[in-house]
Design a protein around this ligand. Structure first.
Ligand SMILES: [Zn+2]
Length: 106
């Protein structure tokens, strides 16, 4: 998991992330054991935690998900019968919003 602290670095990641808006098929109804690593002080969250906010999605089964502590993590869920989660990168939500603004996406 990469913790991103520089806007330039985040903008590079966003260029390859191909984020889309969540849609009606976007679901985080995974089991309670499906957790992802986050850059915040909690370190991990359940994907199905109702205090999370799915900010964006990408193919296949990737989420840009914001936790209650103000961190945004870009994750991918893998596996069908047993799911594991890979966190590509994580950053403060504010940095994410700043980067989106600079890219003209916010
Ligand atoms: Zn978090």
């Amino acid at each position: 998991m990469k913790i991103i602290k520089k806007k330039e670095e985040l903008i590079q990641e966003l260029a390859v992330a191909k984020l889309q808006r969540p849609n009606s098929l976007t679901s985080t109804k995974y089991g309670d054991k499906v957790v992802y690593d986050c850059g915040c002080k909690s370190k991990q969250h359940r994907i199905n935690d109702p205090s999370n906010r799915v900010f964006a999605i990408a193919m296949p089964v990737k989420f840009a998900i914001e936790c209650e502590n103000g961190f945004l993590s870009f994750i991918q869920v893998k596996g069908f019968f047993k799911q594991t989660v890979n966190t590509f990168w994580t950053c403060k939500s504010k940095l994410f919003m700043d980067a989106l603004k600079q890219l003209g996406l916010a």
